[in-house]
Design a protein around this ligand. Structure first.
Ligand SMILES: Cc1ncc(C[n+]2csc(CCOP(=O)(O)OP(=O)(O)O)c2C)c(N)n1
Ligand SMILES: [Mg+2]
Length: 660
């Protein structure tokens, strides 16, 4: 049904035509049409008030909009961007989350019209950071990268934090930035503001590779190379600066036939044979070996391999949670405290080995941290990490330097088959009984630990605002019979979901942003939900308020593209992480933060006015409810929300919670 426009009916074409005439003649006296239009508009605002309803267009704008368009010369051959689409289609990329811009209009037009908007399908994004973070979340479920087009300087500036998160989280995202390279042909004005000699310089410190193709054949090679580099472990983001001129250049190849190089995946680097055997010998002869993993399971097969290694040794496994590495339900899954008892530790794809074996305590004597070892003297350390092959100098994601006894610059998952074999071969027959006993002790500790966790979770069960454990378990009650995928974060909720939900499959937990750039969770959960769509899985997220507010427009993207996701808010009405930081310093300086007048120290609360997240979500097409403050209301509301999501729509439930 056509919607009735309540605004005054002013014929814009006539209005402009009048201006064009007036503009050409005197540029001041409006034509009768203009005068009428102005009267119609101003009569709404009160008698006698001659307020124009809109800025009068310039004569130039009026001429452009009203003149009969002149036929432009038609392209005689397909433009270069059609060939670019042919190249992109060979890479089997499903989606293109992007915000539109003129610097890539040639490729945009080719993708939707020549490429029929499939593989990749354009997903309209309201912010470049959201677009890249969606790709980030998508990859962690689907294992496939997406492509994002960015507008020259400004689009890439917006995208940069999300690219940094992907870099730190070892996730491939492919970013193509439009740029008007040729200064002699570049349109003056805005496009020139949005151009640079080298847009990739913005992100070069945290991308694996970048390029600026200057011919169509160059583009074909660089696109396939970019994909290949991004997808070779350690995975990471790549950037291509795409000249606007090249997109509109006729599709020719300077006499040579254009070709598209075939993509053949590069096999990941496995650990050196001697180092693998030495590590196996140390593990097999250890009394208390501990396996610590962060991004070790790159694929679902990585989880199986880790189970095999852990069971061969009956070794405790500490999952630092960068990925879903090891089933939480397994009797060998243990908390980080076991590290203190270890005599041999093997760390796999750890983002911070130093902090794994050292404790750092804030606010020491001189305002610096205190540090102490977490491990016994003489504990031997082994590392397998592909990131050792990919270090850059400026950004400090490589963390503090840690001395390690056996260090393999290699991909953990690719090394595991050889390591498992070597460990099994190295276990002396005499050790078998002791290994079994070790397993039994860990099984008992697991059961006891579970009871302690449940008892802690019950504390303040009826509190309002609602306890984070209660919220987590009320949510669990509604999804436990579904094939659920947890696409959010529980880090700011005392990790209750990781401690209480039976996480076993790779899509049960996706880990965090990598670089801890806030504003990741909301768009990444939408991207992950997109990857789950159509698989029969139910996507559920726990969503903090501060993170939500960075770029909430991704809610609209989810509704517009019908991405089913249940987002349940951990709305603690503040940037609680920072509440704790400022509070800590106030304590140290013996001062009362903000004189106790606000929920948190000034600058850390998100209240007065309290944001109505349910209304925000509803305005962007989501089913929504809340804010819920009474825990007894959770179950019925979540139940309804689950039904909505099962029907294929996104739903948000806003819940007022305790800080952690
Ligand atoms: C882009 C960015 N800006 C600021 C920070 C600092 N920071 C770390 S945690 C945090 C609070 C986030 O608030 P919310 O998402 O509501 O989580 P909460 O701590 O309240 O549970 C902030 C602002 C950051 N990590 N990233
Ligand atoms: Mg918060």
């Amino acid at each position: 049904m056509a919607r009735k426009d309540p605004r005054p009916q002013v014929n814009r074409r006539k209005f402009l035509a009048g201006v064009a005439v007036a503009g050409a003649a005197t540029a001041v006296s409006p034509s009768p049409d203009v005068a009428n239009a102005a009267t119609t508009a101003t009569s709404l605002t009160g008698p006698g008030r001659a307020m124009p309803s809109a800025q009068r267009p310039s004569a130039h704008v009026a001429a452009v909009e009203t003149a009969t368009p002149q036929a432009l010369p038609r392209a005689q051959t397909p433009d270069g961007s059609d060939f670019m689409v042919d190249v992109i289609k060979t890479l089997n990329i499903d989606y293109l989350p992007s915000n539109p811009a003129s610097s890539f209009r040639g490729l945009h037009e080719s993708l939707i019209n020549y490429g029929k908007n499939t593989k990749p399908e354009f997903l309209t994004c309201t912010h470049e950071e959201s677009a890249v973070a969606m790709s980030h979340g998508y990859f962690k479920v689907a294992g496939k990268p997406l492509l994002t087009l960015c507008h020259g300087t400004v689009g890439l500036q917006h995208a940069s934090m999300a690219i940094y998160n992907a870099w730190c989280d070892r996730v491939p995202v492919i970013v193509v930035g439009g740029n008007e390279l040729d200064a002699a042909k570049r349109p003056p004005g805005v496009p020139t503001f949005h151009s640079a000699q080298d847009i990739n310089a913005l992100v070069r410190d945290f991308t694996k590779w970048d390029d600026t193709p200057v011919s169509l054949q160059h583009f074909a090679q660089s696109m396939v190379r970019a994909y290949k580099i991004a997808m070779t472990p350690p995975h990471g983001p790549v950037a291509i600066s795409l000249d606007a001129g090249l997109q509109q250049e006729p599709n020719h190849s300077n006499g040579e036939r254009l070709y598209i190089p075939r993509y053949v995946p590069t096999s990941p680097p496995a650990g050196d044979y001697g180092a693998v055997r030495e590590a196996a010998r140390m593990l097999a002869n250890a009394e208390r070996p501990v396996i610590v993993v962060d991004r070790a399971a790159r694929t679902p097969n990585g989880i199986k391999l880790l189970i095999e290694l852990a069971e061969a040794l009956q070794a405790a496994v500490v999952d630092q949670g960068g990925r879903m590495n090891f089933p939480k339900t397994h009797h060998l899954s243990r908390p980080a405290t076991v590290i203190g008892q270890a005599d041999v530790i093997i760390g796999m794809e750890l983002s911070d080995y130093w902090a794994t074996v050292n404790a750092w305590i804030d606010n020491g004597e001189h305002g610096h941290g205190l540090q102490e070892s977490r491990i016994k003297q003489g504990t031997k350390l082994i590392s397998i990490s592909s990131v050792d092959l990919n270090t850059k100098a400026n950004y400090q994601d490589f963390q503090r330097f840690q001395v390690v006894d056996v260090q393999m610059a290699a991909d953990a998952e690719a090394t595991l088959p050889a390591l498992i074999e070597a460990v099994k071969a190295a276990i002396p027959a005499s050790a078998k009984a002791a290994i079994e006993k070790r397993g039994e002790a860990l099984r008992k500790a697991k059961v006891e630990g579970r009871e302690r966790t449940l008892a802690t979770a019950a504390i303040a069960w009826d509190a309002s605002p609602i306890s984070t454990a209660r919220l987590t378990m009320e949510l669990w009650a509604q999804i436990k019979d579904l094939d659920w995928s947890f696409v959010g974060s529980d880090r700011q909720m005392s990790n209750w979901a990781s401690r209480l939900w039976p996480m076993e499959k790779h899509y049960h937990h996706l880990g965090g942003p990598g670089g801890y750039g806030v504003g990741y969770s909301l768009p990444a959960s939408v991207g992950a939900a997109l990857a789950n769509r159509g698989t029969g899985r139910f996507s559920v997220s726990l969503q903090t308020d501060g993170d939500f507010m960075y770029a909430p427009g991704v809610l609209w993207t989810a509704a517009h593209h019908q991405i089913p996701l249940l987002s349940v808010m951990h709305n603690n009405r503040g940037y609680h992480q920072e509440v704790m930081h400022v509070q800590r310093l106030s304590n140290r300086r013996d001062r009362v933060a903000s004189l106790g007048k606000t929920l948190g120290p000034i600058g850390t609360s998100i209240e007065a006015p309290d944001i109505d997240y349910a209304k925000m979500a509803a305005s962007m097409g989501w089913w929504s409810a809340g804010p819920i403050k009474d825990p007894s209301e959770l179950a019925p509301t979540l139940k309804r929300a689950v039904e909505v999501v099962k029907s294929g729509q996104p739903a948000l439930v806003d819940v007022w919670t305790q800080p952690r």
